[in-house]
Design a protein around this ligand. Structure first.
Ligand SMILES: O=C(O)CCC(=O)C(=O)O
Ligand SMILES: [Fe+2]
Length: 212
């Protein structure tokens, strides 16, 4: 299992070469354990239906994605521990790759049995300040029959699957947000993840661009 600095180094290398990284966190990583604990405390009322943009109507949304989400913030100590871990990753990637990442936002996502998220890009070139997507999985003992894999497609040939990633506990996927189409296949068991985005600053006129 990788130490934190080895892991960050590996992610930076993968991103540099492939634009995508699939790694596993140390299973004793305090930030991972904090999230696990937080998840046991969150109740269904703490999650709300995820949207796909302000203008989208309800039915279309249901067809595209069926997860429920809970945004992380620094008020909760367990969430704060993970946010600080990702802040460390942000600083590391900025030092190594000069990405100029400015902030990180993320939410828990719950996919109940039958839920999915159809093929999409997290960002469109030139239209967004989301630069790097991250997904961390929180599902112990995930079996292949449980479905719910992340399918990552080839940016140059979006019909080609590049990777099928099981949402197993501690797996962290990082990729360029406007490059890789991806999809969450139908989950057969409740599936938890943290989806997040590193952003660059697009503030204008001295107003700091707000997250979310
Ligand atoms: O949970 C996952 O595997 C990916 C979720 C995702 O693509 C998203 O929330 O944008
Ligand atoms: Fe996504």
């Amino acid at each position: 299992m990788a130490t934190q600095s080895n892991l960050f180094e590996q992610i930076a290398l993968d991103l540099q070469v492939h634009g995508l990284s699939i790694q596993s966190l140390d299973l004793n990583e305090p930030a991972l354990l904090a999230l696990t604990e937080r998840l046991t405390i969150l109740s269904p009322q703490d999650f709300r239906k995820a949207g796909i943009g302000r203008q989208e109507e309800h039915n279309k949304n249901e067809y595209i994605r069926r997860d429920k989400i809970h945004w992380l913030d620094n008020k909760n100590p367990q969430e704060a521990l993970f946010l600080s871990y990702m802040q460390d990753l942000q600083s590391y990637l900025n030092r190594k790759l000069f990405l100029g990442l400015f902030s990180y936002e993320c939410h828990f996502a719950r996919y109940e049995p039958g839920a999915f998220y159809k093929k999409h890009l997290d960002a469109f070139k030139g239209e967004t300040n989301r630069v790097l997507s991250t997904v961390l999985y929180l599902n112990p003992f995930w079996q292949s029959q449980d479905g719910g894999e992340l399918a990552v497609y080839d940016p140059h040939n979006p019909d080609n699957i590049l990777h099928i990633v099981a949402p197993s506990y501690g797996t962290l996927v990082t990729f360029l947000s406007d490059e890789f189409p991806h999809e969450v296949l139908r989950a057969k068991k409740t599936r938890h993840s943290i989806a997040g985005w590193f952003r660059v600053n697009t503030s204008v006129g001295g107003n700091i661009d707000p997250p979310q």
